[in-house]
Design a protein around this ligand. Structure first.
Ligand SMILES: NC(=O)c1ccc[n+]([C@@H]2O[C@H](COP(=O)([O-])OP(=O)(O)OC[C@H]3O[C@@H](n4cnc5c(N)ncnc54)[C@H](O)[C@@H]3O)[C@@H](O)[C@H]2O)c1
Length: 250
């Protein structure tokens, strides 16, 4: 898909990887709806997009509330007249050890990282079926392809996003809607920084280095622009560079 002149909605667009996605898509000519629980963050992103010469609007959106996802998607049409690209990117880490988690932190992780991605995709497909089709990019993780003994529920949510995405490859032919996912390895964002410098260094050693959010955003741009790979899952890693996992069709 040619990105120039298109309209994108990015959840979690107020920080980290989501903000980098908004800026990279805008650099390629898209207008942006930055949707985030943190409205101030989304507004900063929208301001940065406008400085690039594209239109942008910030929307407060809790992705665990289906009606708020709907409002963010509707904003694309009401402000900019179309909806072409949806990035279901909002997510949280889960550092509470599972067997000590008496407050149900793990349920919240599933709600945001998996359930909301399914609902976001469901609503985006419905909206795109009314239009010309489009591209949906879900943010999974290398933790969805490899075991994460320290964060098994996070790993489960991301593996869920990977196979959910692969299972929708058929929509490309049926409805001109391509659903892809990006699987970043360790990336320098507030989400990992909140774990502390020591953990950052330890993780960086384990995976061979730290990606910048812009590296992941470039992967998303490549996925959006590549018309041939329905259901493709892109790994973005420090050592391996960008790399499409094998396409699987249901
Ligand atoms: N940073 C990494 O190493 C890494 C690696 C692989 C995958 N990811 C994934 O990338 C995505 C973005 O993470 P990031 O590293 O940029 O983190 P981040 O914390 O910088 O950004 C996440 C954004 O999501 C928003 N958010 C959280 N809960 C929300 C909700 N309920 N509704 C709407 N917005 C909500 C936050 O306000 C924040 O702005 C996540 O899905 C994360 O799991 C991150």
């Amino acid at each position: 898909m040619e990105i120039d002149g298109k309209v994108a909605v990015v959840t979690g667009g107020g920080s980290g990887i989501g903000r980098a996605m908004c800026l990279a898509l805008a650099e390629h000519g898209a207008d942006i709806v930055a949707a985030d629980l943190n409205l101030a963050g989304a507004e900063q992103t929208a301001e940065a997009v406008r400085k690039l010469g594209r239109k942008a609007v910030a929307v407060q959106c809790d992705v665990t509330v289906p009606a708020q996802i709907g409002e963010a998607l509707a904003k694309a049409r009401s402000e900019f007249g179309r909806l072409d690209i949806v990035c279901n990117n909002a997510g949280i880490s889960n550092r509470t050890p599972l067997f000590e988690d008496e407050s149900g932190e793990w349920v919240k992780t599933v709600d945001i990282n998996l359930t909301a991605v399914i609902e976001g995709t469901r609503q985006a497909v419905r909206a795109m079926q009314e239009g010309r089709g489009g591209v949906i990019v879900n943010t999974a993780s290398m933790g969805g392809l490899l075991p994460m003994p320290g964060s098994p529920v996070y790993a489960a949510t991301k593996a869920g996003v990977v196979n959910f995405t692969r299972s929708l490859a058929y929509l490309a032919e049926e409805a001109n809607i391509r659903v892809n996912a990006v699987c970043p390895s360790f990336t320098d964002t507030p989400l990992v920084r909140e774990g502390g410098e020591d953990r950052m260094e330890e993780m960086a050693k384990q995976v061979g280095g730290i990606l910048q959010p812009e590296d992941v955003a470039q992967g998303v741009v490549d996925l959006v622009e590549d018309d041939s790979r329905a259901g493709a899952i892109m790994r973005v890693t420090v050592r391996g560079g960008r790399d499409y996992a094998k396409e699987i069709r249901p």
